[in-house]
Ligand binder design. Structure first.
Ligand SMILES: [Cu+2]
Ligand SMILES: [Zn+2]
Length: 177
């Protein structure tokens, strides 16, 4: 009986071994190339890198007005509407309230605000424990939206951050060496 169990465990380990090793050495990464909505010039890039227990998010965005700009993952990976409305609402698979990125209650898509300097350039970096790059609630295939105004972290369900000034679909990113 013990022998048989041992044999089965060894067999399973042999079959799963290579797959487990591959998963460990190839982190999931994703990227969203941001393009301006109609009448805007905002553009940039957002990268998502799976780390141990969190996702590293890095963004570089240009063409903004100085100050804060709501920054979210929206439900639909569709930037086709001139005003970005085709991206639908904030990605919220767990049915929470809108909030600040560090709040207990937040949408999975609530990444807070970009903060643009006097030249309209924003650099953003965050270690996020809510965003997922795999499984049922993955953000791959959703979209990133940058807004014209500041996310107040209070107004439901949007943060009242105004018009959508840039949009990009989140795609799996293979060039991660
Ligand atoms: Cu938004
Ligand atoms: Zn939200």
């Amino acid at each position: 009986m013990i022998q048989k169990t041992l044999k089965a465990v060894v067999l399973v380990a042999m079959v799963l071994g290579p797959a487990v090793v591959m998963a460990d050495t190839t982190p999931i990464t994703a990227v969203a190339e941001l393009s301006p909505t109609k009448g805007n010039t905002v553009h940039g890039e957002v990268k998502f890198i799976q780390k141990d227990g969190y996702v590293l998010i890095k963004a570089h965005v240009e063409g903004l007005t100085p100050g804060k700009h709501g920054f979210h993952i929206h439900e639909a990976g569709d930037c086709s509407a001139p005003d970005g409305s085709s991206a639908k609402g904030h990605f919220n698979p767990t049915h929470k309230d809108h909030g600040a990125p560090d709040a207990q209650d937040r949408h999975e898509g609530d990444l807070g605000n970009l903060n643009a300097d006097a030249n309209g350039v924003a650099n953003y970096m965050r270690h996020d424990k809510v965003v997922q790059l795999s499984g049922d609630n993955t953000i791959i295939g959703r979209s990133v939206i940058v807004h014209g105004g500041k996310d107040d972290y209070k107004t439901q369900p949007t943060g009242n951050s105004g018009a959508r000034v840039a949009c990009g679909v989140v795609q799996q990113w293979h060039d991660n060496k």
